[in-house]
Write a protein that binds this ligand. Structure first.
Ligand SMILES: [Zn+2]
Length: 335
C-alpha cells in the first residue's frame, strides 16, 4: 500500500429490488447476456459485514451500505468472484443470484470486470496497479482498457534503474516503453503519451531534453526522483499546463530557495523501494488513462520515509520563460 494513499469514504444507501419484482424483457435479456460473459472481480481488499438486514461493503475507494433483498446472494457472489470465473458460472453456483445483482455491483463500483486487466499484468499478479482507475469507468469501458493501454507509449528520460520496476509493470500491461538519451536526435520526431523523467540528482543531464520534448508534443510530463530518504514526485505537467520545468527552476533560482544541486547517492535497495515503485506505477497508469490524481495538481510531493513526512511545495509559472514562449503555439496545436 502506498504511503500516499488516502482512502475516500463514500456512503451510499442503495436499495436493492428483490428478484421476484424484476420484469424480464428483451432489453433486459440482451443486457443480461452481456453481463453473463464478464469476469467479475472484487477490489483488493474488499470486506463486508452484515447486520439488521444491511450489508456494509468496504473497498479501497468506497464504503457502501446495501439494503433490500438478495443480500445473502450478493455477499456470497462478492466472496466467490475471483476474476477468472465467468459471471454465468457464478450465477449457476450461487443460490438466488442473478445477472442483475452483478450488474448492480459493477454500477456501484463494488466489483469490476477482470477483462479490464491486460493478460500480462494479470499473469504477474499486478492487477492492483490498475484497480484504482477502474471505478471511474463503466463495465463496457473497462473491457476496452487492454486495447487502450496497448496503444499508449512512454518515453523514459534520465536514470532508468530506479524506475525499472515501474517500466516492467507498464510493459506487462502492453504499454510501449522506450529509453531516450539527452542527446538523442530522434527524441523530437515522435509523440509519446507520457514523458517520464527519472532523476538521481536534481537537474541532472536529461531535464532540458525532457522539458523540450514535452514542450513540442501533446504528452504529459511526469518527473520523479528517488532520494536518500524517500522520493520527490512531480511536477506533473499535462499538455495544457501553464508552467514547465524551466519555469520551476527559474523561480527556485530567483527565490534562492533550494536551488542547489543535491549530491546524494542512493546505494543498494532502500526500504521504501517497493512503495516508490507502487506509487510511481499507479501514477503512470493514471496518466495513461487521463485520470491524474488531484494531489499533484500544481504541486509536487516530497516524501521522507524515515520522518514519515510528506510536503507538497507549489509549482508556479515563470513570466518570460524561454521554453514556454517558444511553445506558445503548442496549445493551439494540441487544444
Ligand atoms: Zn516555462
Amino acid at each position: 500500500m502506498s504511503p500516499l494513499y488516502i482512502p475516500l469514504r463514500v456512503i451510499v444507501h442503495w436499495t436493492l429490488t428483490t428478484t421476484d419484482t424484476l420484469t424480464p424483457g428483451i432489453i433486459h435479456s440482451q443486457h443480461h447476456h452481456a453481463i453473463m460473459e464478464t469476469y467479475p472481480a472484487a477490489y483488493s481488499p474488499t470486506s463486508y459485514g452484515r447486520h439488521d438486514g444491511e450489508a456494509v461493503i468496504r473497498t479501497p475507494h468506497a464504503t457502501k451500505t446495501l439494503q433490500g433483498g438478495g443480500l445473502e446472494a450478493i455477499c456470497t457472489l462478492l466472496a466467490t468472484m475471483d476474476g477468472t470465473t465467468p459471471a454465468s458460472d457464478l450465477i449457476a453456483q450461487v443460490p438466488d443470484s442473478d445477472p442483475e445483482q452483478i450488474d448492480l455491483l459493477y454500477g456501484a463500483d463494488i466489483a469490476y470486470d477482470a477483462q479490464a486487466i491486460p493478460a500480462g499484468l494479470a499473469e504477474a499478479g499486478w492487477e492492483r496497479y490498475l484497480e484504482p482507475v477502474l471505478p471511474a469507468m463503466s463495465q463496457p469501458t473497462q473491457q476496452t482498457l487492454p486495447d487502450r493501454l496497448a496503444a499508449r507509449s512512454v518515453a523514459v528520460f534520465g536514470e532508468y534503474d530506479p524506475v525499472s520496476g515501474v517500466c516492467d509493470r507498464l510493459r506487462a500491461a502492453g504499454v510501449s516503453v522506450s529509453e531516450r538519451s539527452a542527446t538523442d536526435p530522434q527524441s523530437h520526431l515522435d509523440d509519446p503519451d507520457v514523458i517520464f523523467l527519472s532523476e538521481q540528482i536534481e537537474r541532472g543531464d536529461s531535464w532540458r531534453a525532457a522539458n523540450e520534448a514535452w514542450a513540442t508534443s501533446s504528452a504529459t510530463l511526469i518527473k520523479t526522483r528517488l532520494t536518500a530518504t524517500g522520493w520527490r514526485l512531480g511536477p506533473v505537467l499535462t499538455a495544457d499546463a501553464r508552467a514547465c520545468l524551466n519555469c520551476v527552476y527559474t523561480r527556485v533560482d530567483a527565490n534562492k530557495a533550494g536551488g542547489q544541486l543535491f549530491d546524494e547517492t542512493v546505494t543498494g535497495t532502500p526500504p521504501y523501494m517497493q512503495a516508490y515503485t507502487d506509487t510511481v506505477t499507479e501514477l503512470l497508469f493514471r496518466a495513461l488513462v487521463a485520470q491524474l490524481p488531484r494531489y499533484l495538481d500544481d504541486q509536487f510531493v516530497v516524501y521522507d520515509h524515515y520522518q514519515g513526512r510528506r510536503e507538497t511545495p507549489r509549482v508556479f509559472a515563470s513570466p518570460h520563460c524561454k521554453v514556454c514562449d517558444n511553445a506558445s503555439s503548442r496549445q493551439e496545436r494540441f487544444p
